[in-house]
Design a protein around this ligand. Structure first.
Ligand code: PMP
Ligand code: GLU
Length: 394
């Protein structure tokens, strides 16, 4: 299309959002699709957060906020970082954005020069590679394996570093594998990075609280990494607030101020009511959201048990987030109901059409051997979906 830029033509559509849209379309045609594609809690936002938002409307919070967020919200974020992560930030280091996705986009735009390489251990969250590309960076994908619980080793990191490496981006707990880096594993990666002081780390901790084993570690907790780590977080997942669109970073002051500058030109800052609601969310003790985490844990056991019965699906045991990421290579080359499955995308499409279950191809996460299934859904839907998948593959 002649009116569109090369930039937008190069960009892929978000595979998670595309699959969710496809499932919606099929439902509108009358098909009964079970949606296990989108990573979105199926809970309502807790009442105490909704009440804070209603109060904010009544108190006439309706003007532009400071570009990087209300002072009280930044203070709540500082207190949260200290309480949960033992990280000390001051207000100049905090930027509130329209979701963690925008936080990531800001960081990419302010840190990446054209041609800079960004190391992405795969599977990585779907939007990382496209956000890096739109900032004219070059994603350097490091393939991890199920045998190592989908975690990057220090040797792999070392081998991926070149003079052009500018950043390392990862999530822990990981979307889509659910893997959690231990303190020792992160320290070993930090030891490699020690030799390369120009590399900035983006530690995406949005699933921090959806952790079934404890022991969440932030890269910035290591003193020698603090000055070059951006800690990304948000309220979408743990507080069931996906649509409220609030994310935030704690970062070295220069990076935070640069994000403030770009946001000042692009958005003027995040929604005022959602910001007030987020103060209530972050000031509450974490125990207030434990009921959701407990449910996710039960569902993890349920889906892992059910998937044992599905031939050709090989799973790791996710320690956090709400996804399973089975390796499905055993099914490649097979035909089902006259359809040949050659890769994860074929399988994901086959499951949509023949099992009426929406999943996401691992291709979108940089691993074409797996598919992602979200278990942020009711027990009934999970059980029904896996039964349908089993039947479609039998
Ligand atoms: N990072 C990861 C790993 C995610 O799964 C998501 C999912 N939405 C985001 C960032 C972005 O979250 P949001 O923009 O809703 O805060
Ligand atoms: N993070 C969620 C997912 O991975 C929501 C979709 C999105 O933001 O792309 O499914």
């Amino acid at each position: 299309m002649q009116y569109l830029s090369d930039r937008i033509n190069r960009l892929e559509t978000s595979a998670t959002l595309a699959m969710a849209a496809k499932a919606r379309e099929l439902r509108a045609e009358g098909k009964k699709i079970i949606g296990l594609s989108l990573g979105e809690p199926d809970f309502n936002t807790p009442d105490f957060i909704k009440e804070a938002a209603i109060q904010a409307i009544q108190d006439n919070y309706n003007s532009y906020t400071p570009v990087d967020g209300y002072d009280e919200l930044k203070q709540a974020i500082i207190t949260k970082f200290k309480r949960d992560n033992n990280l000390s930030y001051d207000k100049s280091q905090i930027v509130v954005s329209t979701g963690a996705k925008q936080s990531l986009a800001n960081v990419a735009m302010v840190c990446i020069n054209p041609g800079d390489e960004v190391i992405l251990p795969a599977p990585y969250w779907v939007s990382y590679s496209d956000i890096v590309s739109i900032a004219e960076g070059v994603p350097v994908v490091v393939q991890t394996h199920i045998e190592n619980d989908f975690k990057m080793t220090p040797e792999q990191l070392e081998a991926a570093i070149t003079p052009k490496t500018k950043m390392l981006w990862y999530s822990s707990p990981c979307n889509p594998s659910g893997s959690l880096y231990s303190k020792e594993e992160l320290r070993a990666l930090a030891d490699v990075l020690k030799k390369h002081p120009n590399i900035v780390v983006v530690s995406d901790e949005i699933y921090e609280h959806i952790n079934f084993v404890g022991g969440h570690v932030s890269m910035a907790q290591f003193e020698d990494m603090y000055e070059r780590t951006v800690t990304v977080n948000g309220v979408s997942k743990a507080f069931a607030m996906t649509g409220w669109r609030i994310g935030y970073i704690g970062a070295p002051t220069a990076i935070a101020r640069a994000c403030n500058k770009i946001q000042g030109q692009f958005t003027s800052g995040a929604n005022c009511i959602a910001q007030r609601a987020t103060i209530a969310a972050l000031e509450a003790p974490v125990s207030k959201i434990a009921y959701m985490v407990d449910k996710f844990k039960e569902r993890r056991t349920l889906i892992l048990d059910l998937l044992k019965e599905v031939p050709g699906f090989q799973c790791n045991s996710p320690e956090g987030a709400f996804y399973v990421f089975p390796n499905v290579t055993d099914l490649f080359g097979k035909s089902f109901r006259g359809k040949q499955i050659n890769n994860a995308t074929d399988l994901s499409m086959y499951l949509l059409e023949e099992a009426q279950v929406a999943t996401v191809t691992g291709e979108a996460f940089g691993n074409p051997n797996c598919i992602r299934i979200s278990y942020a859904a009711s027990e009934e839907d999970i059980t029904q979906a896996i039964q349908q998948i089993k039947a479609a593959l039998s």
